[in-house]
Design a protein around this ligand. Structure first.
Ligand SMILES: Nc1ncnc2c1ncn2[C@@H]1O[C@H](COP(=O)(O)OP(=O)(O)O)[C@@H](O)[C@H]1O
Ligand SMILES: [Mg+2]
Length: 275
């Protein structure tokens, strides 16, 4: 679904922001990109979306090179949720917003289809359609932006810090919605995220970046146990993994509350030391 081959990129008059990155993703994967500020995460997802073109190497989406494939085709395949929802909301009601996005990407479909699809999406996202986006909360506006993207039924969903500025319940609402698309529709998700708890809960694979380079690519739970790697990338693991690492032997699988409880019980049964 996504393939990067030795991709490098530099903004005008800057040192390279992305250096020789290669990875590929199959349909239905849920990938998180981790790294400190300035590591090159946003640049990488913009390269995947085709908003930027590589200076070296190639980016293939469903086999098509972003340097030559039409923007319209990519817009249909790839949905991009920006960190700030206000950058992608431009209409006065939620209904108009969703219809506008649909028309822009699937304008060849007949009007009836687009209207029906809009109403489906409104219902699915718990909107009446008459709400005015700019009088909604930040979390609700993020939900409008996401609804508008998912209305188009992209094959790939890119999220750049989707939970920034959201409270816990808004965050769960958005992330659960994304998980459903991933599981039910096999949408490939690539998410830049600084919240390691969210990464642990939702992503299955992690790419770790530092200084424009890809340091690691592996299962989330393995990446979070590689303390040397995390230090290099200036990432703190989720609390539960940090705790299990400190508890040491017997706690290797304790990366969920249930797993932690089980490991504690086992240690008690074995009559081991009680740290
Ligand atoms: N529009 C831009 N113009 C010039 N340099 C940029 C621009 N956007 C990002 N950079 C630089 O590229 C590097 C990587 O940035 P970015 O991809 O935004 O990192 P991240 O998303 O991991 O914080 C940083 O050094 C940043 O200063
Ligand atoms: Mg960024």
């Amino acid at each position: 679904m996504i393939r990067l081959e030795h991709v490098s990129f530099a903004y005008p008059d800057q040192r390279p922001s992305v250096k020789d990155i290669s990875f590929h993703a199959e349909a239905g994967e849920f990938i998180a990109i981790l790294g400190a500020n300035g590591a090159g995460k946003t640049t990488t997802v913009r390269l995947i979306d085709g908003l930027l073109r590589p200076a070296e190497g190639r980016v293939l989406i469903h086999g098509a090179d972003t340097a030559t494939s039409p923007v319209s085709e990519r817009a249909r395949r790839v949905g991009f949720l920006f960190q700030n929802p206000d950058r992608q909301i431009c209409k006065n009601t939620v209904r108009e917003e969703i219809l506008f996005g649909l028309k822009a990407v699937r304008g060849e479909e007949d009007e009836e289809f687009l209207k029906t699809r809009t109403e489906e999406v409104l219902k699915d996202f718990d909107f009446t359609g008459d709400e005015e986006p700019f009088s909604l909360s930040r979390g609700q506006r993020q939900r409008v932006a996401l609804a508008s993207i998912l209305a188009v039924e992209p094959e790939i969903l890119i999220l750049d810090e989707p939970t920034t500025g959201l409270d816990y319940s808004e965050c769960c609402h958005i992330m659960d919605r994304i998980r459903r698309m991933n599981e039910e529709k096999k949408v490939t998700v690539v998410m830049v995220c600084h919240d390691m708890e969210v990464v642990l809960d939702y992503a299955s694979r992690a790419l770790v970046m530092a200084d424009g380079q890809l340091l690691a690519d592996g299962p989330v739970r393995e990446v979070f146990r590689d303390t040397e790697l995390l230090e290099k990338a200036a990432i703190l693991p989720p609390q539960i993994i940090g705790l299990s690492l400190r508890l040491g032997a017997g706690f290797e699988q304790a990366d969920t509350p249930e797993g932690m409880a089980e490991a504690v019980l086992k240690r008690r049964e074995a009559g081991g030391s009680r740290k």
